[in-house]
Design a protein around this ligand. Structure first.
Ligand SMILES: [Zn+2]
Length: 280
């Protein structure tokens, strides 16, 4: 199957899954009014954790807070170069309480909020990219960012998921939390520790930010598909999708020779992000 078709199908599946999860509480993205693309947009970038909050699980070798901050700073640079006004909830290794992060996001009327995280679990085999949203207004942004990051990363697609993380639930603006891979997976941790890969992640997230209106507006771009342009796919539990059907794209072909562990079981991040855990 041509790469472009694979990627479009992947995106359609992602969109379908989140719509199924949302049920009637979410409007179909294609029916939402398009955002005025000429209006100034502030992107509030939230590097997860920081300071005494290292992120991840106890004993984890690679500090999640450091990876988050580096990707966030790279994302800031990419978006600023594209003309966006960018605000960082933290720009150094400091602890910022979650309400403060939310307050920063909510202080800008025409803003979007992008939280950068890496995943972790006790099960080393767990791998992949997942993107979270909560409000219906956040769905197009989540879908677009997930589409680009999964397309550019040599990692499994764990899907777009709706979950009530504090920073997603309490923000008044479109808010998305991206889990950029598992630092407890040796292969994904090795990638995360590579500056070029973190730059790639930042560029793909930025592409999602730029492409968010294509999801709502629909048909003006060929890179982001909508439900109108791609036939609906059968429901797939994306926590069980193996990597072989979507990992190979020309945008990640250089890494496609890497052997990758695929999993038939959901990874353990769900346990870590059970109700009560405010942040991924
Ligand atoms: Zn985290």
């Amino acid at each position: 199957m041509p790469t472009s078709i694979c990627r479009l199908s992947l995106f359609a599946v992602s969109l379908l899954v989140v719509l199924l999860e949302c049920g009637s509480s979410c409007a179909a993205p294609a029916r939402r009014s398009s955002e005025n693309s000429s209006s100034p947009i502030t992107v509030v970038i939230d590097a997860g954790h920081g300071g005494h909050d290292r992120g991840g699980i106890p004993g984890q070798k690679v500090a999640e807070k450091d990876m988050n901050l580096d990707v966030a700073q790279r994302l800031r640079n990419v978006l600023a170069a594209s003309g966006y006004r960018v605000i960082m909830t933290r720009d150094s290794d400091v602890f910022v309480p979650l309400p403060t992060r939310v307050a920063i996001a909510n202080s800008y009327r025409n803003a979007i909020f992008v939280c950068i995280h890496f995943n972790s679990t006790q099960r080393m085999g767990a791998s992949g990219i997942e993107t979270y949203f909560y409000s219906r207004d956040s769905l197009p942004l989540a879908s677009a960012i997930h589409y680009f990051v999964v397309g550019g990363a040599p990692s499994a697609n764990r899907g777009v998921r709706r979950r009530g993380y504090y920073v997603l639930r309490r923000t008044n603006v479109p808010a998305v939390l991206v889990e950029c891979g598992f630092l407890t997976n040796p292969t994904e941790a090795a990638y995360a520790q590579t500056a070029s890969y973190r730059q790639k992640l930042a560029e793909e997230i930025a592409a999602g930010v730029r492409g968010r209106n294509s999801v709502t507006g629909g048909l003006s771009t060929t890179r982001v598909a909508t439900s109108e342009t791609v036939p609906l796919q059968p429901y797939i539990d994306q926590t069980k999708v193996t990597s072989s059907d979507h990992r190979r794209s020309k945008r990640s072909h250089k890494k496609s020779t890497r052997r990758k562990k695929s999993s038939s079981k959901p990874a353990g991040s769900e346990a870590r992000s059970a109700p009560g855990d405010p942040e991924g």
